[in-house]
Design a protein around this ligand. Structure first.
Ligand code: MN
Length: 204
């Protein structure tokens, strides 16, 4: 089954003023749609045509070299954007609690230190890519990936993602990536991140 663009799980303007409506419309309706279309074109006629984006990204190394780059880029773009939309919501932000809060303290010292470190990873990533909080099977880690590369291809369980491609912020923030990342924290859905953490721990 070809992939379809999933609807945004909230209104385009729901993340205002932190992420503006026009950016969300173009980012979802144009950029994400293009990844869906190009992923479908890359997968057409291959043995992967019925696999989920996540299954494909976990097994990228088994894909033939002539197909691998297109699949890595476009299937990565499909999965990363769905993951990104679901990582945010209106009226979110704040801090996690429970086991996730404890794991963050264990890995990074405290929440503020974690927040600063993921901000630094995202702001300082050179060029297009993503900042990530991941679970590696034992503890939490931060990393950044280039282009549309997914931590799934590194054997990691992604928990939270910040899109630092210019298309994610340039209309409102222009060159001020630190301002965008600072505002992004106000829409992080910790309930969703906690759900992913619980699921990842039960699957290792
Ligand atoms: Mn994007």
């Amino acid at each position: 089954m070809p992939f379809e663009l999933p609807p945004l799980p909230y209104d385009y303007a729901a993340l205002e003023p932190h992420i503006d409506e026009q950016t969300m419309r173009i980012h979802h309706d144009k950029h994400h749609q293009t990844y869906v279309d190009k992923a479908n074109a890359a997968l057409a006629g291959t043995e992967w045509a019925d696999s989920s984006p996540e299954e494909i990204l976990q097994r990228l190394d088994t894909i033939s070299p002539e197909k691998r780059t297109a699949i890595r880029n476009h299937v990565g773009g499909v999965a990363n954007h769905t993951f990104f939309w679901e990582s945010m919501g209106p009226g979110k932000g704040g801090e996690p609690s429970g086991d996730l809060a404890a794991a963050i303290e264990q890995a990074f010292g405290d929440f503020d230190s974690f927040k600063q470190q993921l901000t630094d990873v995202s702001v300082n990533h050179f060029g297009s890519g993503w900042g990530w909080l991941v679970y590696n099977g034992a503890t939490l880690e931060l990393l950044s990936t280039i282009n549309q590369d997914s931590p799934l291809s590194l054997g990691m369980h992604p928990l939270l993602a910040c899109d630092v491609w210019e298309h994610a912020y340039y209309l409102k923030y222009q060159n001020r990536r630190p301002d965008y990342v600072g505002a992004w924290w106000n829409v992080v859905d910790w309930g969703k991140v906690t759900e992913r953490f619980t699921s990842a721990r039960s699957h290792v």
